[in-house]
Ligand binder design. Structure first.
Ligand SMILES: [Cu+2]
Length: 322
């Protein structure tokens, strides 16, 4: 056994797994694709060990997941194109691979072969569902999208033998569309009598520790149930373009140190300043609920207040506005 080769491949493996978080993906050279949304990494037992050591990582250039309908030869193909507001619809789609055929082999990540997230473009509506795959590779799931308007569907999966990917496609629900403004920043969310608080800050280009604490009737909840291989699942979407971001749970049920609440820790990595909408799924008393938060990352960009045509200067031609 050549120790150098072994170490080299170990380091490369780490770079592929943690490239996004560490910002070293570029340093190891032309890795074929950015390791965006490597959910396989989330399941790796060593994942949490790498956190906390790279708080000074540079802002990465990797394209976040979910912004492309096709990446690395894999394409998300919606088959169902008509969705009516408020009506249960059998939403069907297929993932095609580099050979153009529907992919039927998937790796299980977080207990499932494929996770489908559907969010309205205004981030008011969020659903996280698990479609069933037919032998021909067509996935289907009952979806009820409450309101008319544009939605984004994200397929989060890893093909057998390939890297994890999150592909995104637009869905449109016809009708009278009334967009909502992004809810203001808040660290407390209430859902079905549960209060969830969020502690921690998002920092662009860094792995940020976020702690979610679940209470009910003022009492901490200490018997959360495993859901998707963790005591909670967190999806972060960037406002405006719905980039789908990298979030790792810290610890797993049954690892001897992760408690079933009230606090669940995640490491989230955001690629830029701006607002993010965080959706936290947790299971208690046999039911999965979602708490949503809006959180800003970094300093707000300094956007000029007005986009109107500049007036001619009244102070001569010095070119400065006052
Ligand atoms: Cu899922």
């Amino acid at each position: 056994m050549n120790a150098a080769v072994k170490l080299g491949s170990y380091v490369l493996g780490l770079a592929v797994v943690f490239g996004g978080a560490l910002g070293v993906g570029k340093a190891v050279g032309p890795v074929g694709t950015p390791p965006a949304e490597d959910h396989a990494a989330m399941a790796a037992p060593t994942a949490s060990a790498a956190h906390g050591e790279h708080g000074t990582a540079q802002v990465k250039n990797d394209t976040p997941g979910g912004l492309q309908v096709s990446e690395n030869g894999y394409t998300l193909n919606p088959i169902t194109t008509t969705i009516k507001p408020g009506e249960p619809t059998d939403f069907r789609f297929a993932i095609t691979g580099p050979d153009g055929k529907a992919v039927t082999g998937y790796q299980v990540q977080h207990d499932k072969k494929l996770h489908l997230i559907v969010a309205s473009r205004d981030l008011k509506t969020f659903q996280h569902v698990h479609p069933e795959m037919a032998p021909d590779g067509v996935w289907s799931v009952k979806l009820t999208l409450p309101d008319a308007g544009p939605y984004r569907a994200f397929a989060d999966f890893a093909p057998t033998g390939g890297d994890a990917l999150t592909l995104g496609a637009d869905l449109t629900v016809a009708g009278d569309y009334r967009p909502d403004a992004l809810p203001g920043q808040s660290r407390t969310a209430t859902v079905d009598g549960y209060e969830v608080t969020l502690d921690g800050d998002l920092a662009p280009g860094q792995s940020s520790r976020l702690t979610l604490k679940v209470s009910k009737d003022g009492e901490p909840v200490t018997d959360l149930q495993p859901y998707l291989g963790a005591y909670g699942h967190l999806v972060a979407l960037r406002a405006r373009d719905l980039a789908y971001l990298h979030v790792h749970p810290d610890g797993a049920p049954g690892d001897g140190k992760t408690e079933p609440g009230p606090e669940i820790v995640f490491y989230a990595e955001v690629p830029s300043t701006g607002d993010y909408r965080l959706f936290f799924d947790f299971q208690h008393a046999g039911e999965v609920r979602t708490a949503a938060f809006t959180l800003g990352a970094g300093e707000r960009p300094q956007v000029p207040a007005s986009t109107s045509t500049p007036e001619p200067s009244r102070h001569g031609d010095d070119g400065h506005s006052h």
